[in-house]
Structure formats: C-alpha cells, structure tokens
Write a protein of this length. Structure first.
Length: 155
C-alpha cells in the first residue's frame, strides 16, 4: 500500500521490490516488510535481491544491509543517503560507501522529524554532505546526471 501511494503521488515510478527487479533510472523500489534488500551487479543489468537473513541492528529491513551491498557492488559510483529516522541503522553502511569512494549524504537536523539515523552517520564522520530535505532531490539529480558521470569517466 505504501509503494502504491507513493507511486500515485511521485513523478517517478515507485513499486515494492521483488527479487530480480532491474535497477533502472526513474524508478524507486521500496523494500517489502520483514525482508532485507540488496543489490547485485549482473552482466545483463543490475538487480535487487531480497533476503530473509537475520535482523541487523534489530531491523529487517536494515539500511546497513542495503548500504553494505551498494558499497561492495558499486564502490565509487554509489551514493548513500540517510534521512530522518530513529537509531543508528545505516551509519556503518554509509561508512563503507564513503571508504569505497562513493558520495554520502545525511539529511540536516532542522529538516528531520527524527534526527537519529543521520546524526549517527554525521557524528561518526561518514556523511560527506549534510543537506536539508527541500534541497535533497535537486542535489541527487545533479550528482547522478549523465553529464557528471561522463566527466568522471574521463578523469
């Protein structure tokens, strides 16, 4: 229901993830409840893999599980974003993305409903940028633009 509601109100497609879903531009995949979500690079396209592994940080799904797989599969081509949320899930995974050369972004305290997750990443030095919610979409569009990717390949 959550994915359906977001799909109806967003400019991009939103759906609940299923194992094997392709990662494609212009679509957001929402992790189903009580599953972990990972990504995997494959020769014919990058995909989602759902998992029933044990809880991490007391959670399933866990942001750390997702970020760990993003760091391992995409390294310096990844962007990790931690937004409002309670606790510290995602902070360690964000550190892995940062150490792998990816970009890490935390939502600013003043724009969060609950500052726990972004705060944990910021305090540990894993957030490279801290951005207000109203600037986040534009920042991600700029960071992931084809023109930027082409410039980085030339370096």
């Amino acid at each position: 229901m959550f994915a359906r509601r977001l799909n109806e109100s967003c400019a991009i497609d939103v759906k609940e993830a299923q194992s094997g879903d392709l990662l494609i531009a212009g679509r957001a995949l929402i992790c189903p409840g009580n599953r972990h979500i990972k990504v995997r690079r494959m020769p014919l396209g990058n995909i989602v893999v759902l998992s029933d592994e044990a809880r991490v940080n007391g959670h399933r799904p866990s942001v750390d599980v997702l970020f760990r797989s993003v760091a391992a599969e995409f390294g310096g081509r990844s962007i990790g974003v931690l937004m409002t949320g309670m606790g510290d899930d995602g902070a360690l995974g964000m550190g892995l993305i940062k150490s792998g050369g990816g970009l890490t972004i935390a939502q600013s305290e003043e724009s969060c409903v609950v500052f726990g997750m972004p705060k944990a990443a910021i305090e540990r030095g894993y957030a490279m940028r801290v951005i207000a919610l109203d600037l986040l979409a534009n920042t991600l569009n700029i960071q992931s633009s084809p023109e930027r990717a082409a410039r980085e390949v030339k370096v």
